[in-house]
Design a protein. Structure first.
Length: 363
């Protein structure tokens, strides 16, 4: 039976960041991925936003790793020519009831160590973004966008340069703890089964991370929370220059339907939050165009219904149920040599290089 030193389950942005961080020529590191290529799961279905760390409770892992990841990610992107842009972001208040909310977010962000934050007036918003509507806003100048696919390609190349190996089209079907190692059972898409042993297992399996964790005695349950996106067409190029977000709901189920753009200047709205049954359904209902128009039209008055079109969807692997309060990332060694990363949703992409360093220190 083949033996390896470290197995990483999941080749999304987090799993690949960990591989890049921990791989070295004298270690045998395997990366297992169920899809036909790396980054084929939830990492390919997000807003590609580099978050600053405003929203999450102080002293949470989400907050600290997001703030650290923001700094590391810009450094990596600049040094390695990964396409990105520091756009900045406005969280806009459109009613007097929301004035306190943006002040609360400002205080929370500062408590998390986010320094590039400023409370601005409606006039300042109009000067910065004349096509947005707000009575006041919180301005985050360290928020930006990045090509997640290029980032994942970079992490994979780093890992492979240090002799890590990736095996795609492979599902983990079972696992057993044995003396000094884990026996891993797997099956590829051709139905061929194989088993091997690994001294260390790092579970970065995204939507399936609870299933993997529970194979060795864990007790996790993820909730699938779908986020739909709509594309925006027929508006003047550059009509807004920054990301525009509403004030979020208090329970952190999502950040509200917001306007982002990609590196080619294409705008999109979303994502919303809908808890769904446990299945990967990425269809977007045509009704979402009307709902997004009603939501985003409050702070983007230039939008018309005909500008908004159903586009794509992602699914968040949440530990937080629909009626629950905030749940933090789980990153811990639940058994000797078995490290679980469960509930790694937003800001997982931003935090990924910081998560990788966090995991390395656990080895």
């Amino acid at each position: 039976m083949e033996k390896v030193d470290i197995t990483i389950i999941g080749a999304g942005v987090v799993g690949l960041a960990i591989a890049a961080e921990i791989a070295r020529p004298d270690l045998s590191v395997f990366i297992l991925e169920k899809n036909q290529a790396h980054g084929g799961g939830i990492s390919s279905r997000n807003s590609e936003v580099i978050h600053s760390g405003i929203y999450y409770p102080p002293d949470s892992i989400k907050a600290s790793l997001c703030v650290e990841g923001n700094r590391i990610l810009y450094t990596i992107a600049k040094k390695n020519h990964i396409p990105h842009r520091k756009t900045g972001k406005l969280i806009v208040a459109v009613s007097s009831e929301e004035d306190d909310d943006i002040e609360r977010l400002y205080s929370n962000g500062r408590a998390n160590g986010v320094t590039a934050l400023e409370l601005i007036t409606g006039k300042q918003v109009a000067d910065m973004e004349p096509n947005a509507a707000a009575r006041a806003a919180l301005y985050s100048s360290d928020t930006g966008i990045i090509s997640v696919h290029d980032l994942m390609n970079y992490f994979l190349a780093c890992a492979q340069n240090k002799k890590a190996q990736i095996v795609c089209n492979t599902n983990v079907t079972g696992m057993e703890k044995e003396a000094g190692h884990y026996r891993i059972y797997s099956q590829n898409t051709q139905g061929e089964s194989f088993e091997f042993s690994s001294a260390v297992v790092i579970n970065a399996a995204g939507l399936e991370s609870d299933t993997i964790a529970n194979m060795t005695g864990g007790n996790y349950q993820l909730h699938y929370c779908k986020g739909d996106y709509c594309s925006v067409s027929g508006v003047k190029p550059g009509i807004v220059q920054r990301l525009i977000y509403p004030v979020p709901a208090r329970k952190h189920t999502g950040l509200g339907v917001h306007l982002t753009m990609d590196l080619n200047g294409r705008y999109k709205l979303g994502p919303d939050t809908t808890y769904i049954d446990r299945k990967e359904d990425y269809r977007v209902s045509p009704e979402k165009a009307e709902l997004f128009f009603q939501s985003a039209g409050k702070f983007l008055p230039f939008l018309k219904k005909e500008n908004i079109h159903p586009d794509m969807a992602g699914i968040r692997p949440k530990l937080q149920g629909p009626d629950d309060d905030f749940h933090d990332f789980v990153i811990r060694e639940d058994a000797p040599g078995f490290i679980n990363l469960v509930g790694i949703e937003s800001p997982g992409m931003t935090a990924s290089p910081a998560i990788a360093r966090y995991v390395r220190k656990m080895l």
